[in-house]
Design a protein around this ligand. Structure first.
Ligand code: 5AD
Ligand code: SF4
Length: 496
């Protein structure tokens, strides 16, 4: 293979939109390209290789990428060796259409073909020809044929692309077979397939050896995980037990859960395994039976309630979060009010709220008119968000005065911004000052609540005790609790 330096500058720019699965895919693609001599740049203008890792869940996310692509139309004139690639969900969904809408794109690579990217980038650069690598459509073959055309891509990891150096995503399954009527994911990510437990355990061990302290297991319906290895069936609860004692790992999380698969064995595993976060993201999507039926979610509101009360019984302090869609076709004011009722009843830690976006290729798009006007969708979205924020703030306020074990993620966003402003306008600080003084840090409790507090940035990646003194709807405000013996001993890194 030609060394990349010979025909281009080796600079790679990658932009990622969408879910954690996409963040992980980008990390893996960057790792593979780096092994071939590429280096990352955050400046699209200096890159000879530009990749967009895309999302198709809502129209808005696709729109954003097409306008980004539009802006690159003339950049190849200045850089004849430039390769522009579209990878991920939109690539699998739109395929050749991407070349029609953006003729300057060289590469289209679907979610199940990411392994091909390094080779295709080189090929496209050497002969200037277009390359497309996509998996079979769901109707193009038997389930097994389609499944084998989607490959779980899990090669070398790249620490620089992680949320922080000690937090990593680990894919435990790909695809989805639930076919909710509004959702494009079963088409863009293919059939549900679980990775072998042995491979996952090995990856977690490698990550721990690289200094990772927290792993988040990923799957579109992560609690539907099922894999038979050496004659034994592994469910998510078995997998959690398998990886739990990995040396160096302090926390284990998993997202996203499907309500119907929230079985008692899983709740008991969360209760009994101390490293597993007391946090469950279990999207309800709606609080109205008619809408749930139309969405083909596979449960009624009462069944969701029953699941929720089982969580509360087994895990009384566990935080639960949800997703809701507002303004799906056919959602009446009364249906929408029932969703608000469910939020009031369950008092979720937080909810992600989305305006319904019709997706071509889904049942809802093909069968029903998008009949809720945009301003109604917007109003419902804002009102629901206000309700959820009010609940989050009230429940956070109840935590004032309590102390939590917090995994420190690093410098908080606002402290980073302040530092950046400080660096450009007040240049008297040395870089050492920037990392050694007390700074606002951010971390999370075992229930996944965000906490900010002052401390030494070197605490990043360790567990500290934080006493909560205040809150907003999204954040707890606290102070590190220093115990005489611990602060000079082994368990806490040096603090200023
Ligand atoms: N429109 C709006 N929201 C959607 N989601 C999935 N498909 C759509 C759509 N067509 C939301 C669901 C899901 C989250 C990841 O995105 O709430 O849980
Ligand atoms: Fe989409 Fe439903 Fe699968 Fe979630 S469970 S990825 S909403 S089809």
């Amino acid at each position: 293979m030609t060394a990349p330096e010979q025909i281009h500058n080796g600079k790679l720019y990658i932009e990622t939109v969408g879910c954690q699965m996409n963040m992980l895919d980008s990390e893996l693609v960057v790792a593979a390209l780096r092994q071939q001599g590429y280096s990352l740049t955050s400046d699209v203008k200096e890159a000879d290789t530009i990749l967009f890792n895309t999302c198709s869940v809502r129209d808005h996310a696709e729109h954003k990428i097409y306008s980004q692509l539009g802006r690159l139309k003339f950049s190849k004139r200045a850089r004849p060796n430039q390769v522009i690639g579209v990878m991920g969900c939109m690539a699998q969904k739109d395929q050749e259409l991407i070349f029609n809408r953006a003729p300057h794109v060289d590469l289209v690579v679907g979610t199940g073909q990411l392994r091909e990217i390094p080779r295709l980038v080189d090929e496209a650069r050497s002969d200037r020809g277009r390359r497309i690598a996509v998996s079979l459509d769901r109707k193009e073959g038997s389930r097994d044929e389609v499944a084998s055309s989607f490959e779980s891509y899990d090669p070398a990891r790249d620490p620089e692309m992680r949320p922080t150096p000690f937090q990593a995503f680990v894919r435990i399954m790909i695809g989805c077979d639930k076919f909710c009527t509004y959702c494009v994911v079963p088409m863009t990510r293919g059939p549900e397939q679980s990775r072998p437990p042995r491979e996952i355990a090995h990856e977690v061990k490698l990550l721990a050896q690289q200094g990772v302290k927290e792993v988040t297991l990923l799957g579109q319906t992560v609690n539907s995980y099922k894999h038979t290895q050496d004659g034994k069936l592994f469910r998510l609860s078995d997998l959690l037990e398998l990886i739990h004692d990995t040396a160096g790992i302090l926390r284990i999380k998993f997202v996203t859960n499907y309500p119907r698969d929230m079985t008692d064995d899983l709740l008991q595993a969360v209760r009994d395994l101390p490293k597993v976060a007391q946090y469950l993201h279990v999207p309800a999507q709606s609080g109205c039976d008619e809408m749930l039926k139309r969405m083909k979610r596979g449960y009624t509101v009462d069944q969701y309630r029953e699941m929720f009360s089982r969580i509360r019984q087994t895990l009384p302090t566990c935080a639960v979060s949800s997703d809701f869609i507002v303004g799906m076709c056919g959602e009446s004011e009364a249906s929408y009010q029932l969703s608000l009722d469910l939020i009031r009843e369950c008092r979720f830690k937080n909810s992600f709220i989305f305006k319904y976006s019709p997706r071509p290729g889904t049942k809802a798009h093909d069968l029903w008119e998008d009949d809720v006007p945009e301003d109604v969708k917007r109003h419902r979205n804002n009102e629901m968000l206000d309700l959820q924020n009010q609940i989050s703030e009230e429940d956070n306020a109840d935590l004032i005065g309590s102390t939590f074990e917090v995994l420190v993620e690093g410098i908080s966003k606002s402290a980073k911004k302040a530092q950046a402003a400080d660096d450009s306008f007040v240049p008297q600080h040395s870089p050492e000052d920037a990392v050694s003084g007390p700074t606002q840090l951010v971390g999370r409790t075992r229930c996944d609540r965000i906490v900010v507090f002052d401390g030494n940035p070197r605490l990043a990646g360790s567990l500290v005790e934080v006493a909560v003194q205040g809150c907003t709807a999204t954040t707890l405000l606290g102070e590190i609790v220093t115990h005489e013996r611990q602060s000079v001993g082994m368990s806490l890194p040096i603090m200023s």
